[in-house]
Write a protein that binds this ligand. Structure first.
Ligand code: SF4
Length: 161
């Protein structure tokens, strides 16, 4: 699995101050995408032990609320195995931190993935240029939903964050 960046003290991709992992690989091809450089799953840096250590070191800081997985698409099929292992490790080592994940798939598309057990908030759906709204919190276009995953799984219908 490849990644493009690890950003710390990020305030634009979820609640509070966060560490963000920008993964490579995306098959959605949304017109107007801000990050087409992340589409190629083979482009970027290898997400190795050193990268994970860097990520966890930042995540462990008391003022960091949690981690956001973005990209690219963290749930790009080629990323899913390694992302699932990473999510489990995060939950085990940092149970007090929350996990946000951005994906171009809809919640309904991926509802059966085990990954959702370890994700608190899912920002779902492709970016739709015609629905772009700079005032819309946490996402680029208003079709994208900021979903409380645990509540949605409990209720069996979408509950927004
Ligand atoms: S899902 Fe995100 S990264 Fe992928 S093409 Fe759409 S906007 Fe770009």
């Amino acid at each position: 699995m490849k990644y493009h960046d690890i950003t710390k003290d990020d305030m634009k991709n979820g609640d509070g101050l966060r560490v963000v992992l920008w993964l490579s690989g995306c098959e959605h091809g949304c017109p107007g995408c801000q990050n087409p450089v992340t589409w190629d799953p083979e482009d970027g840096l290898v997400f190795d032990e050193a990268a994970k250590r860097e990520l966890f070191e930042i995540l462990g800081k008391p003022y960091i609320s949690g981690i956001t997985l973005s990209g690219g698409d963290p749930l790009y099929p080629g990323n899913r195995g390694e992302v699932l292992r990473l999510l489990k490790e995060i939950r085990e080592n940092f149970p007090e931190k929350n996990v946000w994940c951005y994906t171009g798939y809809t919640y309904e598309d991926i509802a059966s993935l085990e990954h959702l057990e370890y994700i608190d908030v899912l920002v779902d759906g492709k970016y739709v240029e015609a629905l772009k709204d700079n005032q819309y919190h946490w996402a680029g276009s208003t079709n994208q939903r900021i979903i409380d995953v645990k509540e949605s799984r409990l209720c069996g219908s979408i509950v927004l964050h």
